[in-house]
Write a protein that binds this ligand. Structure first.
Ligand SMILES: Cc1cc2nc3c(=O)[nH]c(=O)nc-3n(C[C@H](O)[C@H](O)[C@H](O)COP(=O)(O)OP(=O)(O)OC[C@H]3O[C@@H](n4cnc5c(N)ncnc54)[C@H](O)[C@@H]3O)c2cc1C
Length: 427
């Protein structure tokens, strides 16, 4: 009987266990998790904080007990893995013991990055990644003492945390070290529109402000002090400045890593019998052809499922990531498809703006490089799929039904054409 092990039980770990069990009803599967709760979806945490969903809804696959029974797993709760010895096929646990495996998956995800600057651990300073973070923030907000907040990091997580605060009537300032919001994912022009719309909602913005440290005022409030000397004071400070893959425990393993664990299309690492999936890994990116860490829920699930099948000898491949960032907050939405940093001055730029929509797209080297869209939530899937298809076939076109759908949704014809839609006759 094959002995599998899974380190970390989030979306990637769960999907690996489910795929392995489906492909091999007899395999023995050990799961090591550093929590005592089941796999949850971190992207739902802010929805729980704002009361849009119950706590149980964070757990899309059921409770740990239900999963353990359904998938016949041996789950080691509150058991952080501290090391991996590929040559011995052994996993090291925090209590100093070692356990054997035949093949193993690293699916330890990522953690919110909080730099250890003075004041990072003051009461009222918080981050958002885990179910525990969400419970903590919800409790803090329900106590009703927070009237003002600073969100440091105009990021995909920061904007959702901002929404949690603003929807409770909390006066908020959004701060970032970059010169514009979402600076690594959207064009400056898109950010300008996003920022104008945020200001219309009463949110104060402060960009180009690098956080130095946090001080507590005599009245208990917190002051975020910037490297340029600017000071912002509020009742609470959220630090949302990015994530770090949880791979520190692999440092002596010899496994090839960049920021995350490097994997091939089968989710294999450089060490035999060791796989990785989800936010802790860097998988093939279809746009750059390189391995990249693209931390999104669907990737984690797909990669986990591919790894789980391969771990029991059923060959499956992960088709690749594409950079995709989607934000929905305060009745507003925007999406960035593709890599904004791949765009060059000589590329062809498309821009369109009206009250409802904003589009900016760039084409170069015969294909679309990046698309930013505001207000298009209902149509994002179509645009995303033509972008992905264009990497299989640079002449890929939108089909007639897609063109009609976008037209019916009020997309400008010039944009439809720009992204590969032949304009069909209206008659
Ligand atoms: C606020 C927020 C908003 C988001 N919004 C979106 C979105 O809109 N769209 C989207 O696609 N994605 C979004 N994401 C990202 C998405 O949630 C992640 O990409 C995805 O959940 C990653 O799954 P994972 O299984 O790789 O990692 P995780 O869910 O992080 O699971 C990893 C597990 O491993 C455990 N672990 C870590 N180290 C060890 C160890 N040494 N030993 C044992 N266990 C360990 C962790 O505790 C954790 O339970 C968002 C995330 C957040 C926090």
């Amino acid at each position: 009987m094959k002995k599998l092990a899974i380190i970390g039980f989030g979306g990637a770990g769960y999907c690996a266990a489910a795929a392995a069990r489906e492909c091999d009803p007899d395999a023995h599967i050990d799961v090591y998790t550093d929590t005592d709760i089941g796999p949850y979806n971190p992207m739902l945490t802010t929805y729980y904080v704002k009361g849009a969903i119950d706590y149980d809804a964070l757990f899309p696959f059921g409770s740990l007990e239900e999963i353990q029974k359904k998938l016949k797993l041996q789950v080691y709760r509150d058991t952080p893995v501290t090391g991996l010895i590929p040559a011995e096929k052994a996993v090291c646990l925090a209590d100093g013991t070692k356990r054997a495996y035949d093949s193993i998956l690293v699916s330890t995800g990522a953690s919110a990055f909080v730099p250890k600057i003075p004041g990072w651990d003051l009461p009222g300073v918080f981050k958002m990644r885990t179910a525990a973070d969400a419970v903590h923030l919800k409790k803090m907000l329900e106590e009703g003492k927070i009237r003002s907040g600073l969100v440091v990091g105009a990021s995909w997580v920061g904007i959702k945390v901002l929404e949690d605060l603003v929807e409770r009537g909390i006066d908020c300032t959004l701060i970032d070290g970059a010169d514009w919001s979402f600076s690594i994912a959207v064009f400056r022009e898109t950010a300008d529109r996003i920022q104008r719309d945020l200001e219309k909602k009463g949110i104060k913005l402060a960009f180009g402000q690098m956080l130095s440290h946090i001080e507590q005022e005599p009245d208990g409030r917190l002051t975020a002090v910037m490297k340029n000397g600017n000071r912002f004071t509020a009742d609470t400070v959220a630090i949302c400045i990015g994530i770090r893959p949880n791979v520190g425990f692999l440092k002596d393993s010899g496994i090839a890593m960049n920021r995350g664990v490097l994997v091939d299309e089968h989710m294999r690492t450089s060490a035999e019998g060791i796989y990785a999936a989800g936010d802790c890994c860097e998988a093939y990116d279809i746009q750059s052809g390189e391995q990249k860490n693209i931390g999104v829920w669907l990737n984690a699930r797909k990669q986990g499922a591919v790894a789980g099948a391969n771990m029991v000898g059923v060959k499956r491949e992960f088709g690749g990531n594409a950079l995709l960032n989607l934000a929905h907050y305060l009745d507003y939405d925007f999406i960035s498809i593709g890599d904004v940093t791949s765009c060059r001055e000589e590329d062809e730029v498309y821009e369109y703006e009206d009250e409802r929509y904003y589009f900016r797209a760039v084409r170069g080297g015969g294909r679309i490089k990046c698309i930013n869209m505001i207000g298009t939530a209902d149509s994002n899937g179509i645009v995303k799929s033509i972008f992905i298809k264009s990497f299989e076939n640079s002449a890929a076109e939108l089909d007639v039904s897609a063109v009609c759908y976008l037209r019916a949704n009020g997309f400008p014809e010039s944009f439809i054409e720009f992204i590969g839609g032949k304009i069909v006759d209206r008659a």
